[in-house]
Design a protein around this ligand. Structure first.
Ligand code: 4NP
Length: 168
């Protein structure tokens, strides 16, 4: 069996609301399925504004209500190394995606896309920035992320030929 792992990096602007939520939810799902050995998962921001900070307490509280822990996460900015280390770099909105495309090194194999590209709903193509809004924005972020992570996992396993039973 190959030792290759799939690198998944979730990216938003501040790395304190949307991308740490996606990081925590996807990590939880992968753990639940017993697939942690197949993935390396992280999150980062296109800005360094909150470097070193814990996730926003509103995101942590929403996530905790649904059984996800975000307390172990710490904000950081995307680096050029991320474009080598991660196979999939998933942006929460079009501005994040454009900023990532602008700094992606020419020889980087990382696949950049919108996180909601993997979603089965069609109402939203971006995860709206909840930072300056009310509680409903944080609920929407978590709803969209929860709805998408399952499909994301299935797609990544399939694209990487990892969706077969390990006995084969
Ligand atoms: P995030 O949300 O990109 O989902 O982490 C934001 C966090 C902080 C700011 C904007 C968006 N900010 O302006 O500081």
């Amino acid at each position: 069996m190959s030792n290759k792992t799939i690198g998944v990096l979730f990216v938003c602007l501040g790395n304190i609301c949307r991308s740490p939520t996606a990081h925590g939810v996807f990590e939880h799902l992968v753990e639940q399925r017993g697939l942690s050995h197949l993935f390396h998962i992280d999150s980062a921001g296109t800005s360094a504004w909150h470097e070193g900070a814990a996730p926003d307490s509103r995101s942590t509280a929403q996530a905790k209500k649904r059984g996800y822990a975000l307390d172990h996460l710490c904000a950081r900015q995307v680096t050029s190394h991320d474009f080598k280390r991660y196979d999939y770099i998933l942006a929460m909105d079009n501005e994040n995606l454009a900023n990532l495309q602008r700094i992606q090194p020419v020889n980087s194999p990382a696949e950049l896309s919108l996180f909601l590209h993997y979603s089965q709903q069609s109402k939203y193509d971006e995860v709206p920035d909840p930072y300056s809004g009310g509680a409903s924005g944080f609920t929407l972020v978590l709803d969209l992320i929860e709805q998408t992570c399952e499909a994301l996992l299935e797609t990544l396993l399939s694209e990487n030929n990892m969706n077969k039973p390990s006995s084969q």
